[in-house]
Design a binder for this molecule. Structure first.
Ligand SMILES: [Zn+2]
Length: 119
């Protein structure tokens, strides 16, 4: 194992419904981003909580990521998007719209539905 930060922290309320292969891919990208940006990645939400029934969070395919511990959140979000989109066009990364100013939302559209902004 490389000598680096080897963990992702979780807000204490974060609950996972399942661990998907897409989450493993995201986790690896978060670890790399944290290493490069000098921060420890945090996941602040996965499933349960207030997430709408039937949505990607509820189904175990979406995760929210903290940004207030990141020096350059926009750069972080853009790099995460570029890297995940290169791996699969089923990933969707949302940051900077009215509902996503304090965290980055990542989902894996396992059902193959196009991203809303591209439909
Ligand atoms: Zn979300």
């Amino acid at each position: 194992m490389p000598n680096r930060n080897d963990k992702i922290l979780l807000l204490e309320t974060t609950r996972f419904k399942c661990i998907t292969e897409s989450f493993v891919v995201l986790a690896n990208e978060l670890l790399k981003a944290g290493e490069e940006g000098g921060f420890v990645p945090w996941i602040t939400g996965a499933s349960y909580e207030q997430y709408p029934t039937g949505g990607y969070h509820d189904l175990g395919y979406a995760w929210d990521i903290r940004i207030h511990n990141v020096k350059d959140p926009l750069r972080f979000a853009c790099a995460l998007r570029t890297n995940l989109y290169a791996i699969s066009d089923r990933f969707r990364v949302v940051y900077g719209n009215k509902d996503h100013t304090d965290h980055i939302h990542v989902e894996y559209r396992f059902d193959g539905k196009p991203r809303p902004e591209e439909a």
